[in-house]
Design a protein around this ligand. Sequence first.
Ligand SMILES: [Zn+2]
Length: 311
Amino acid sequence: MDTTSFLKKTIGGVEQIEPALTPPPVKPMLPVKPKLGQVASKSRKRDIPKGLWTKCPSCASMIYDKELDENLQVCPKCQHHFPIGSRERIHSLVETCTFEEMDPEMVSVDVLKFSGYKGKLERDRKATMLKDAVVTGVCKIGVHRVALGVMDFAFMGGSMGAVVGEKLTRLIERGTEGRWPVVIISTSGGARMQEGAFSLMQMAKTSAALARHAQQRQPYISVLTNNSYGGVMASYAALGDLIVAEPSAMIGFAGPRVIKDTTHADLPTGFQTAEFLLDHGLIDSIVPRKEMKDRLMLYLDFLAGGKRFPA
Ligand SMILES: [Zn+2]
């Protein structure tokens, strides 16, 4: 078939027509709007690989993660204290290879069959490589043998369930037996609601163990770090012979928003910060994280009365 000519049917018959000389109109090429996320951002952000930099929430400066690690998770510009893992903190405080962990395999049981609790426990165990929210053990800080417990906020907000209470109670009792000082570094949102009354019982249990420790005239130092709240603050964290806090740590029983909603009163500036509590006599000192080991050694020297706590 000849493609250069077309046949057109008309009433009078079929007649031949010339092909159109002008090409059919082409759809205009409108610029297509790119979908969100398809195009790389032109900002500098795209050049920064993930997980290398952290933005300081206090001074907004970008900190190289390696620098943050070397600085014990403290902003080198404004001294903002980021959360630190329990293992890192133990490493920063104790003499090398002296930490003997206690009850490393103790795990929480979902005794109340609380909805979603098992899943959360498994998720946090995987994410933190911890079994629960506290690591306990006997170690040396300077020349002194110490029973040390360190909480970890990354595990379910450092909440205190039966395992946290039991591990700390065993630690305190071991300290009493060995005649060693007990040091507990707290960070916690409070009692673990998924364990209901069982978590509340831990307040009495840990406090009783500390009372026996005190009867033996052995010292206990409580170190409060950012977010020390609830049942933890209402029990062992507030019972130290010496209570030390990290700078700007938020410390209290209920959070400021809850207190404001309950009392309908304006809260004073700096309410519940370590600095505010020091001014009002609730804690004994504020110690920056990098100076914590030296300060604990000084306190232990003082409490040992010039001797050393037995090995
Ligand atoms: Zn900063």
